[in-house]
Write a protein that binds this ligand. Structure first.
Ligand code: OAD
Length: 235
């Protein structure tokens, strides 16, 4: 902890990659591990373009349920600490795989959302995009004014990441002096590859996770514990 704190205090360019674990203490289930969503549900039934084409109502019922969980949750001290790091740092990028919007609600400004945003909806016909915060949605599956189906504004398995956001994330990772990897199992690429990119470009990599992950070997320091406990101590 002491070493990690020194690196963080001495760095002017910092980047962080977060995953579902950072929202776990807000009561949002993670994907893998005990109680994880992918223990209960199959991603190929709910989080692929094929699943949506087959059964849009089922997919939307699942997203509507998750939107309700998230709406009832609040950011935790881990989210707040990341917003504080951004306020103090010269340059900071928060790269997240989370779609819940809790980083922004905690005050983070520069958030690069690799996997989209659960509060955005996009028309499968005319391509129009808008934010819709209503929970529950009044009718499922929701439709655009043009009559076509709306889909959640998230990235599903088999879909490319938003190119502009990915380019900014790569730039932030390769330019960072300190790279934090928080609450991610690092099982999903290309997101997890950002930590390796940062390391090969010379960053000190600090991992925060109660469990060992595939990235632990790349980390200069692994802090084992919950991000809501450890991030406030780090700053
Ligand atoms: P995972 O569910 O794969 O991993 C969550 C990680 O958080 C695990 O390594 C846990 O040990 C850790 N964790 C649990 N509680 C924690 C806490 N309180 N503090 C810190 N860490 C904690 O979630 P992601 O790595 O985010 O993608 O998953 C990546 C992607 O896979 C998601 O964006 C989603 C999923 O399928 C798509 O849907 C495309």
């Amino acid at each position: 902890m002491e070493q990690a704190r020194k690196w963080l205090d001495g760095a002017s360019r910092i980047a962080a990659l977060t995953g579902a674990g950072v929202s776990a203490e807000s009561g949002i289930p993670t994907f893998r591990g005990a109680g994880g969503l992918w223990r209960q549900f199959r991603p190929e039934d709910l989080a692929t373009p094929e699943a949506f084409a087959r059964d849009p109502l089922l997919v939307w019922e699942w997203y509507d349920w998750r939107r309700r969980l998230i709406a009832a949750a609040s950011p935790n001290p881990g989210h707040a600490a990341l917003a504080e790091i951004e306020r103090r740092a010269g340059a900071f990028a928060l790269i997240t795989q989370n779609v819940d919007g809790l980083h922004e609600r905690a005050g983070s400004r520069c958030v690069l959302k690799l996997h989209g945003d659960i509060w955005q909806v996009r028309c499968t016909g005319c391509g129009a995009e808008k934010r819709d915060d209503r929970t529950p949605l009044p009718s499922l599956p929701p439709r655009c004014e043009c009559g076509s189906l709306l889909r959640p504004g998230v990235v599903w398995f088999g879909e490319p990441l938003p190119a502009g956001i990915w380019a900014q994330a790569e730039q932030a990772a390769s330019g960072a002096e300190v790279f934090l990897v928080i609450g991610t199992s690092a099982a999903v690429y290309p997101a997890a590859g950002l930590a390796w990119l940062a390391k090969s470009a010379g960053a000190k990599v600090i991992e925060i996770n109660p469990e060992e992950t595939g990235l632990s070997a790349a980390a200069d320091v692994s802090l084992r514990g919950k991000s809501g406990d450890l991030l406030p101590l780090l700053i």
